[in-house]
Design a protein around this ligand. Structure first.
Ligand code: PPE
Length: 339
């Protein structure tokens, strides 16, 4: 069986240099590979009305810095340096829109748990992510399952950090949901309150109130979540940050998820409870959010960081037979069979 691989682009940014895609490698004794000692971001660049622009670039990179700090890593580059490197990487790879994955991790040189002085590696990869992926879910809504796995507890880890090792929790929940025929998992926190999806924040709408769980419910403080809250307030909706009980999911007028990869996705059922077609509030927020992402809403113009025109030709499109079926909400690169 041919192994499947990721379609190559030209460049990956690695520790201050633009490295050919194939050469962006690490040693098997890299600390993060053994202990999960990495932090990362998921960011997106949109080819909008004012040209290619990164959505809330600074906020994402500041969260990366905070995540690193929470796990005792100091990033040897400033936010400005990382932002400029990312813009340059997008231009050099010939892209106008893409997913952006910065990763900060303990590299090669020291093993054992107390490796506070070992080197911190920083990489940034970008890859195209066709808008058609998960487009169906964005339109008609997805089927969600309340996970049997609880979200990582603040008693053991730091839910506010976007840390590599912590994603084992998301992987357990996502795999359980997918293997049971659902599109996404909804995790409860250690108290049994609604927390979030495996890679998205959650909103519940009832009687016009737009509610989302608070930080104490162990959520990742999502940047899409904050953007949707702002947009919802601007549209005149009542936005409330409060604990949400599991039963409220089943009785909601509308439920939706938000995340960089997933963007804004309506939930059409939770467990065996049908919530119906995506509702009016979900639709209006989705439309406004898209306007913001694509530079069509001047009031949110400051959320966009212009990248400039590509300095290299666009990468070739994969042949249709090379594209694997895509699951809803997953930020996967285009998958091709290796030759
Ligand atoms: N919660 C979790 C656990 C999470 O991973 C994400 C982002 C969010 C909430 C939403 O955060 P924000 O993107 O700032 O609105 N998940 C990233 C990685 C997902 C993945 O499967 O990989 C993402 O959406 O890029």
């Amino acid at each position: 069986m041919a192994a499947s691989g990721i379609e190559e682009l030209e460049w990956i940014w690695m520790n201050g240099e633009f490295v050919p895609w194939q050469d962006a490698k690490v040693h098997v004794l890299s600390h993060a590979l053994h202990y999960g000692t990495g932090v990362f971001e998921g960011i997106r660049c949109y080819d909008g009305d004012q040209g290619p622009a990164v959505f809330r670039h600074r906020e994402h990179l500041e969260r990366l810095e905070r995540s690193a700090e929470l796990y005792y890593m100091k990033i040897p580059y400033s936010v400005d340096e990382l932002a400029e490197s990312t813009r340059e990487l997008i231009r050099r790879n010939g892209l106008r829109s893409c997913y952006i994955r910065p990763l900060v991790f303990r590299g090669y040189g020291e093993m054992g748990l107390y490796a506070s002085h070992s080197e911190v590696d920083v990489t940034i990869a970008v890859w195209p992510w066709g808008a058609y992926l998960g487009e169906e879910g964005k339109k008609v809504g997805i089927k969600a399952k309340v996970s049997s796995w609880r979200r990582i507890s603040p008693l053991s880890l730091i839910p506010q950090a976007k840390a590599s090792g912590q994603y084992l929790n998301s992987i357990l929940a996502k795999t359980e949901a997918a293997d049971s025929g659902y599109d996404e998992a909804i995790l409860l926190d250690e108290r049994g309150m609604v927390c979030e999806g495996s890679g998205e924040n959650i909103f519940v709408v009832r009687d016009g109130e737009v509610a989302t769980p608070p930080s104490v419910a162990s959520i990742l403080d999502g940047i899409s979540r904050r953007s949707i809250m702002k947009i919802a307030k601007d549209l005149g909706y009542e936005v409330v940050v409060r604990d949400i009980a599991r039963g409220e999911l089943y009785q909601a007028d509308e439920v939706f998820l938000t995340g960089t990869a997933a963007e804004m996705v309506p939930v059409r059922s939770v467990d065996q409870h049908d919530l119906g077609e995506p509702g009016e509030i979900t639709r209006s927020l989705q439309e406004r959010f898209e306007d913001a992402l694509y530079g069509r809403a001047p009031e949110y113009g400051s959320w966009l960081d212009p990248v400039g025109e590509p300095t290299a030709p666009a990468p070739p499109e994969p042949r249709p037979d090379q594209v694997q079926a895509e699951e809803i909400g997953e930020p996967k690169p285009r998958i091709v069979e290796s030759q």
